[in-house]
Design a protein around this ligand. Structure first.
Ligand SMILES: Cc1ncc(C[n+]2csc(CCOP(=O)(O)OP(=O)(O)O)c2C)c(N)n1
Ligand SMILES: [Mg+2]
Length: 814
């Protein structure tokens, strides 16, 4: 059955034939340059490590036509594109032709500091809009970027610039990734606009040929969610052939041909096509003549001429979109189009041999020694092509990576602190305070949460600031006068984006909102909340957001076994280690609300910093952290109410909290034991220190607010010393400077013990790290702290063992 919405009859607007001829030349050029870039990386540059490029050549060739049509014709400067990972060589080639990529970077494709294997916003220098690599994520990023654009414009910002379309070029097998479908559903709920997804329907994945008829499932699915679907199946040659006598039979044969067989015949070429077609339909009169009129080469060309390799059809389809509804283009393509392994099922990692490249080079009319020349091998005069390139709309808008001014953040975020409260409640109170006043800080804050808005304490913020939707929607409970704690009104000026439960969507939404300064030129201060254990559910998307340097504050609460009665499925263990290991994310776990207030003020500023002295950023000599480079923030909070400490927030204390630790009780000169704790176990640590004070001398109590920052500072200071900066000292080294060598450290947190176990390596102290290593369970906090060994008793028992001396008398009391 023929697809219902073929683009073949659509008119080509505003496109002179001469432009089409130039575009055809550029398509050849893109295919050549991408092929040569890969060949160069494999055969001409000696990496010395024997590693070959996989997965680029066939995959890039598949998209060469579509990307030519997009970048050299359809895109406008405000449009943003997520390029399928393995089409990176095409992207770099296109940027090279547009004068935005250097030959040296192409020659170093996949090499040190060269053009990246997968398009990277942060590592590439040729203006990548969205990084890709882990398949599925870049696709969803375009959807959320469109929502972020709507959010910005609905708030009255960025209207001087035209709206951009957010476009993803995706592989057909990429649609196996569930996060894409989670995004489609969310997009439908939010009234998605200005989003195009172009599926490279080559019917091949990495290992295999995809199932029959997938496009039909996709078509139905996208339509169900309000998308327009355009299927680009047949190219112009095929359409012309179908119009010949017997053409309809050919069309039916193509429609019925299994994917595997089509791919195999593409690979085998004209003679195989002839034999197969003759065997199966060749005795039906006119169609026989249709086949016989063509040479083997012509026949091969005809059968390869699918919609996704036909510039005119593609351009017509793109130009025909005259609305802002989301559109999914399903473009039939051939993996490895134009290359010797076209269609072969094993071609994903296929690499052309030097001999094959030589043949291909001759075919492309490229003289040896002129492989990188932009206009080599083209039949049109270079001036014409250059003139065309100079007028490409996409490249005519100047700098596409935008800037936004920094928003001033007060040093102090005032908050009424209850005598006994939790860090989660404190977070709610802090946001409530911010929401009460119309300040420059409050306006750009946008919160979002995957259906845990209320249970992560964002309720009062939402009550004051409202939910976002492009069209207002009143809270029916309110209009019906049914009492409710929460006011759930939606409006274009609301500042909370309500998401469905999918955590992947949360992180990709943060990734999109957190790039608003660069994409929309308008800065947002995004805060996302979720339960700590469910970070793991969206971890790859979180990593993705950090990798592309999106800026946001992640508030993960509740956390750990402290969420006692909820049981093992909700109790996080490994997340503090994620906090340490995740690049681009500074993790904090405060114990007290005044600490949280200091950290949150820091966080609002930190997520706006971007002093990139070099790609890696320069560490500050004070704490050896890359504080000027900035990044995102992760706050691990708890629902456990604990007695708060009444104290003035001095500048020194604030600085120490932000740097990662401070002495809650200074160790004396003969200190035998240090208890170093993080987060909600503060009362147990304090109690243990009090109880052992009579039997161990000068016990110190270290409050650790950020194991991550302490650890990062220490690693960087060690490295600096090894590079000759002998005086480099980090925060934890300064804190430990006065500790006697023989003292022992007991570390404790509601999380994996390895989070703090490294503390002993700083100055060579013995450490007994306490924490949670096994799945939690239901119970009271007391039950569970005892069971997992993070209560005062366990701390004292550990202290007694690690710092031997007389028995600690109060050990039996707890
Ligand atoms: C999350 C994730 N899983 C696995 C991979 C490895 N991988 C890279 S490409 C690919 C197959 C892609 O097939 P398709 O999307 O159809 O792309 P194309 O045929 O255009 O190469 C796989 C499995 C990956 N990059 N990311
Ligand atoms: Mg594919």
């Amino acid at each position: 059955m023929a697809p219902s919405s073929l683009a073949r009859d659509l008119p080509i607007k505003d496109l002179a034939m001469k432009d089409l001829a130039i575009l055809a030349e550029l398509e050849r050029k893109v295919l050549w340059l991408a092929t040569w870039t890969i060949h160069h990386a494999n055969h001409l540059r000696d990496n010395g490590d024997g590693l070959k490029v996989g997965g680029h050549q066939a995959s890039s060739a598949s998209l060469a036509t579509i990307m030519t049509a997009l970048y050299f014709h359809s895109l406008r400067p405000a449009d943003r594109v997520a390029v399928k990972p393995h089409a990176a060589p095409n992207f770099h080639a296109i940027q090279y032709l547009l004068g935005r990529q250097s030959r040296a970077k192409l020659e170093d494709f996949r090499g040190y500091k060269g053009a990246q294997s997968y398009p990277s916003r942060t590592k590439d220098t040729d203006d990548v809009d969205f990084s890709t690599g882990s398949v599925g994520l870049g696709v969803a990023q375009t959807l959320f970027s469109s929502l972020a654009q709507d959010y910005v414009r609905a708030h009255g910002w960025g209207r001087k610039r035209p709206e951009g379309r957010m476009i993803a070029l995706l592989g057909d097998a990429e649609l196996d990734e569930g996060n894409i479908f989670e995004a489609i559903l969310e997009g439908w709920k939010q009234g998605l606009r200005n989003c195009w997804w172009i599926v490279d329907y080559n019917r091949q994945s990495l290992d295999a040929v995809v199932r029959e008829g997938l496009w039909e499932r996709y078509e139905n699915l996208f339509r169900n969610f309000g998308w327009d679907v355009v299927v680009l199946k047949y190219g112009a040659l095929q359409q012309a052939a179908f119009a010949e006598p017997g053409g309809e039979v050919l069309r039916q044969w193509i429609d019925n041909c299994p994917n595997q067989l089509y791919s195999a015949l593409v690979f085998q070429g004209g003679a195989a096509w002839r034999k197969r077609l003759n065997d199966e339909i060749g005795d039906q009169g006119p169609v026989t003549r249709l086949i016989e009129r063509r040479s083997d080469d012509d026949l091969s060309q005809l059968m390869n001429n699918l919609g996704g390799h036909d510039l005119a059809s593609i351009i017509a389809a793109f130009d025909a979109v005259d609305h802002d509804r989301p559109v999914c283009f399903i473009a039939y393509t051939i993996k490895g189009y134009g290359l010797p392994f076209a269609g072969h099922k094993d071609n994903h990692a296929g690499l052309m041999t030097p001999a094959q490249t030589e043949t291909f080079q001759r075919l492309m009319n490229i003289r040896p020694g002129h492989e990188w020349d932009p206009f080599e091998g083209l039949s049109q005069p270079a001036e014409n092509i250059q003139a065309f390139l100079n007028s490409v709309p996409f490249a005519s808008g100047g700098e596409r990576r935008l800037q936004a001014a920094r928003i001033a953040v007060p040093a102090d975020l005032p908050v009424p602190i209850q005598p006994k409260t939790s860090t989660q409640a404190g977070f709610g109170a802090l946001l409530n305070e911010i929401a009460r006043h119309d300040t420059p800080l409050a306006a750009p804050i946008v919160t979002t949460s995957p259906d845990v808005t209320v249970s992560t304490s964002l309720g009062s913020w939402v009550n004051r600031r409202g939910l976002f939707a492009r069209e207002a929607l009143a809270d029916t409970f309110k209009s019906e006068r049914i009492p409710s704690t929460f006011n759930w009104d939606f409006s274009p000026t609301g500042q909370h984006i309500e998401l469905g439960i999918a955590e992947m969507n949360l992180f990709i939404a943060l990734s999109a909102l957190g790039l608003s300064h660069a994409i929309n030129g308008e800065r947002l201060l995004p805060i996302g909340t979720l339960y700590d254990p469910f970070i793991a559910r969206g971890l790859d998307a979180l990593n993705y957001a950090c990798y592309q340097d999106a800026r946001f504050i992640l508030v993960a609460t509740p956390s750990g076994i402290t969420l006692a009665p909820e049981g093992g499925a909700h109790q996080s263990i490994a997340e503090p280690l994620i906090g340490i290991a995740q690049d681009g994310l500074a993790a904090f776990e405060p114990g007290y609300v005044d600490e949280l207030a200091a950290i949150l003020a820091f966080a609002f500023d930190y997520i706006q910093r971007d002093a990139q002295k070099d790609a890696e950023g320069e560490p500050s000599e004070r704490n050896w952290l890359r504080d000027e480079t900035g990044g995102s923030i992760y706050l691990r909070l708890s629902t456990r109410p604990i007695e708060q400490i009444e104290r003035p927030m001095t500048p020194a204390l604030r600085q120490a909290i932000v740097d990662g630790a401070y002495w809650l009780r200074e160790p004396g000169p003969n200190c035998q034991v240090v208890v170093a704790y993080t987060g909600a176990v503060a009362p147990e640590a304090i109690q243990a220190v009090g109880l052992m004070a009579e039997d161990r001398r000068d016990v110190g109590l270290l409050a650790i607010t950020s194991a991550d920052r302490l650890n990062a500072g220490w690693t960087a200071a060690c490295r600096a010393r090894e590079r000759g900066l002998v005086h480099a000292r980090c925060h934890i080294e300064r804190l430990f400077a006065g500790l006697p060598r023989h003292c022992g450290i007991v570390s404790v947190l509601d999380g994996h013990p390895a989070t703090l176990a490294w503390l002993g390596a700083v100055q060579g102290h013995r450490v007994r790290p306490l924490g949670v290593e096994h799945f939690g369970q239901t119970g009271s906090i007391e039950d569970l702290y005892r069971h997992y060994g993070i209560d005062a008793h366990a701390i004292i028992a550990a202290a007694e063992t690690i710092a031997p001396g007389r028995p600690i008398r109060h050990l039996g009391v707890v």
